[in-house]
Design a protein around this ligand. Structure first.
Ligand SMILES: [Zn+2]
Length: 366
């Protein structure tokens, strides 16, 4: 049975101004907000109808068995003083949450008649997209930076991707931007400065994290969902899922985890489109000095918070977790450090009901 577009997918809407657009690949986000110099991503809109869970833009999507990842509870001593649960996204086919995104964007590319996809990634997204393109028989081009670990580049190539390398992150984005009007290669990751985020179709795949969490907890939403973030695709997608299932007033609070203050700075009054100083050596998945507005909205609309965590603490936590049987990559272990910080700050208490999204396993060496 072929992949088809959901007949109830009615269009896309701007997250900020709510202007509506037809179903198409608006890879620079809302044209009206972009023209005002305030880029903003779009979200999928569906006509009401029968649905057993969150709406998805493609039916019978390309799949390798992603999702339905385990919720690991009873993690004694994972965070002293708090019994957190881990949503173990490392159990996805290529070891990260990106497989949820890939399944949907590759389905989008197939249904819209593209020959392949192009993306900027130095890690999990590139490996995941290469794998799903292979499954779907699509071409895959990944733009990496020269400091991407050779092992990761080899993985992408072994999976059939064409890998092109650039000195700096901006150069990757320029490369992807050259495909913005292509009818053969679909750009699926951000190339706009300031960033908007990734394909809104792919982000829909992250709504399933919310659906699975409710299913695993007998319909009970957690108080906090802790999500490591760069441009906030995952955090925004999880928020969208909860909003769809519970209503905007009953969503869990998003605790967004970042390697230095970006969202935290904006919440404290900084300009959303500023360049935020800081860097990280051990959390490359969470890097970047500019923000996408969707990351801030996930926190604001859920009454959440943003917590910055430092490399040294994250490395120490990663080592501890590996030896306790949880081989998380440092960008994921960062979530547990954020919980410890929140306990110390009093924004979480030992009674808080917290789920940490453990975004990727560490065995790829990222
Ligand atoms: Zn707009």
């Amino acid at each position: 049975m072929p992949t088809i577009q959901n007949p109830r997918l009615a269009g896309l809407a701007c997250i900020r101004c709510d202007r509506r657009y037809e179903v198409a690949d608006h890879s620079t986000g809302c044209p009206a907000c972009l023209a005002e110099g305030r880029p903003m991503n779009l979200e999928c809109v569906y006509t009401p109808g029968e649905s057993t869970g969150v709406d998805q833009p493609y039916l019978r999507p390309v799949t390798l068995g992603e999702g339905r990842t385990p919720l690991l509870t009873d993690i004694a001593g994972a965070v002293p003083g708090l019994d957190v649960a881990l949503k173990w996204e490392g159990a996805n086919p290529t070891g990260s949450h990106k497989d949820r995104f890939s399944a949907v964007v590759v389905s989008r590319a197939l249904c819209a008649g593209y020959e392949g996809i192009v993306a900027a990634s130095s890690g999990n997204a590139g490996v995941s997209l290469a794998t799903y393109c292979g499954r779907a028989g699509l071409r895959c081009e990944i733009a990496v930076t020269d400091d991407t670990p050779a092992r990761v580049v080899e993985l992408m190539r072994d999976l059939g991707a064409e890998v092109v390398s650039f000195p700096r992150s901006e150069h990757r984005w320029e490369h992807v931007a050259a495909y913005r009007d292509s009818r053969t290669m679909l750009p699926v990751t951000n190339f706009v400065v300031p960033p908007v985020g990734s394909s809104p179709f792919g982000i829909e795949g992250y709504k399933l994290v919310a659906e699975e969490l409710l299913a695993d907890r007998d319909g009970r939403a957690p108080e906090w969902v802790v999500v490591p973030a760069s441009r906030g695709d995952l955090a925004w997608g999880i928020h969208l899922g909860f909003r769809e299932l519970l209503g905007a007033d009953a969503v869990p609070r998003i605790c967004l985890v970042e390697p230095f203050p970006r969202v935290a700075a904006v919440l404290a009054g900084a300009d959303l489109y500023a360049t935020f100083p800081g860097s990280t050596r051990v959390m490359p998945s969470l890097g970047g000095n500019q923000l996408a507005a969707q990351a801030v909205e996930a926190v604001r609309r859920s009454g959440g918070q943003a917590v910055a965590v430092d490399d040294e603490s994250v490395l120490a936590e990663t080592r501890r977790l590996w030896r306790a049987g949880f081989p998380l990559e440092p960008s994921s272990a960062a979530g547990l450090v954020a919980v410890s910080r929140s306990l110390a700050a009093g924004t979480m208490t030992p009674e808080s009901d917290v789920v940490v999204v453990a975004t990727a396993h560490g065995l790829k060496g990222m």
